[in-house]
Design a protein around this ligand. Structure first.
Ligand code: ZN
Length: 486
């Protein structure tokens, strides 16, 4: 069975995928009350009559939540609607004390945007609406665990936006790329912390297949609550293969909601899909229509930073960086700003990009450090690059100096001075070493004189090694050629 799965994919069938991304907004307080919006505290530390849905409690809309939702809407180039309506989505679940969730339904905040994937592909965003999160069921790790489950309402009433993409994605990899681009953009815009482990970003995937070349969509399956990038990719891959196998065997895909089980690496049925009718949506009587004035929208637009796709294009045109480097360096706002500051400090963007992409990223990964508190500031990195460019130290020594900078936080000049690492450009000193190396290796010297040019590289290596890596390589080259007489 395992080999049969997926055989149809890539030949006869094509997948059609849309993502619904729930994103927690970085507000200080919840959407309709003054309780803290904070992850990780003791269960039910942040609750009040409003978010517990006690009778008579009235919601008051958090303005900052709307501002952040507007930032997301403008970053994805959606049309913001001057009036949107909150609606009650009615259903019963133990983590939903009111028996309904306040959301937006027929008139959402924003519609018709797009996310660029960086390589000219673009995924349409159908809508962005504001809603409140539900609480959370706790099944283990608590005093009552075993027979019973508990409910933590700290998350109840936390502000979310739901970003619904058009069914524009065609593979698990594309869905992964879209989610990654969307997350980067939300982080740049300061909308969310994007932390998938803590549930700040969660995703439902709608997946169907159809025969290649056909236009109508197949029956769509919704996979709920994917909370990591790898789960998104694996769940969609599995679902495409599963549906292909069903159709190949002459069966029919049934419309339903499924859950990804990471341990079993498969999607499992959860319930037959409910329609919007089941939720009995109606306008929320306790909240007036949300009015967003043009002034508010303009103010938010003006405060948005340069977003990843624009920044990537600018890095390519302004610094002459290749596509790949521009995409690596814009992967986070912090990294992009670090690179630009280093490039400005040394006026050598190409060298700065190489250093950031190799040594800086390697140290960050190795030490799990945060760029904001990295011991090598962009100014110090710029100083190091300037020293190489000026011939004060060799490129090889610069790598060692960088390591010491990272370990100590000292400036490159101080380290070079202290350790005596200055590049030696003294002709007489280099000539003495060159002559002794040539004299000590008559066989290699003869081979070079006999036409084996590669032997020169070997001599250069020997001289530089003898001089502790500090010899100026251009001078070594010049003097060796002279001494070897060819
Ligand atoms: Zn509350």
């Amino acid at each position: 069975m395992a080999t049969a799965l997926g055989e149809g994919v890539g030949t006869r069938y094509e997948a059609v995928i849309g993502l619904e991304v729930h994103c927690q907004l970085l507000t200080r307080t919840k959407l309709f009350c003054g309780c803290a919006n904070r992850f990780g505290d003791a269960p039910n530390a942040h609750v009040c009559p409003v978010c517990l849905g006690l009778p008579g409690a009235l919601p008051v809309l958090n303005r900052q939540a709307v501002t952040l939702a507007l930032r997301a809407a403008l970053a994805t180039r959606c049309t913001v609607h001057p009036v949107s309506i909150f609606a009650r989505k009615n259903y019963f679940y133990p983590d939903l004390p009111k028996g309904y969730q306040i959301s937006q339904y027929e008139q959402p905040l924003a519609t018709d945007g797009a996310v660029e994937l960086g390589d000219a592909r673009r995924v349409r965003v159908e809508r962005i609406h504001i809603e409140e999160d539900a609480g959370k069921l706790l099944h283990d790790g608590f005093p009552w665990s075993g027979e019973r489950s508990g409910v933590d309402f700290n998350r109840a009433g936390v502000p979310l936006i739901e970003i619904v993409s058009a069914p524009d994605l065609r593979s698990a990899d594309e869905a992964h790329a879209y989610l990654s681009a969307l997350r980067t953009m939300l982080l740049y815009a300061g909308v969310s912390d994007g932390n998938m482990e803590e549930g700040s970003l969660r995703c439902d995937a709608n997946v169907s297949i159809r025969s290649k070349g056909s236009t109508p969509f197949g029956i769509r399956i919704e996979i709920k609550n994917l909370n990591s990038f790898s789960h998104v990719r694996r769940a969609i891959q599995h679902e495409i293969a599963r549906q292909s196998a069903v159709v190949e065997a002459g069966g029919r895909v049934e419309q339903e909601t499924r859950l990804w089980n990471a341990d079993r690496a498969e999607t499992l049925p959860m319930r037959s899909k409910e329609d919007a009718d089941d939720y009995r949506y109606f306008p929320e009587p306790d909240l007036p229509p949300l009015v967003v004035t043009p002034e508010w929208t303009d103010e938010v637009r003006a405060s948005l930073p340069e977003l990843p796709a624009e920044r990537q294009r600018r890095f390519m045109s302004a610094y002459g960086l290749p596509d790949y480097a521009a995409s690596v360096l814009t992967a986070s706002r912090q990294l992009a700003e670090y690179f630009e500051a280093a490039a400005a400090a040394c006026a050598n963007a190409k060298a700065a990009s190489n250093w950031v992409m190799t040594e800086v990223l390697r140290q960050l990964n190795a030490t799990a450090a945060d760029l904001g508190s990295a011991p090598v500031t962009p100014q110090k990195l710029g100083e190091l690059i300037r020293m190489v460019d000026a011939g004060a130290i060799s490129g090889r020594i610069a790598k060692d100096v960088f390591e010491r900078m990272w370990a100590s936080g000292d400036s490159p000049a101080a380290i070079v001075e202290r350790e005596g690492l200055q590049q030696v450009s003294d002709e007489a000193a280099i000539r003495a070493v060159v002559e002794s190396v040539v004299d000590a290796n008559p066989v290699q010297a003869a081979s070079y004189r006999g036409g084996r040019s590669a032997a020169l590289g070997w001599f250069v290596g020997q001289v530089i090694k003898r001089m502790g890596g500090k010899a100026n390589p251009q001078l070594v080259n010049k003097l060796l050629k002279k001494a070897l007489g060819r």
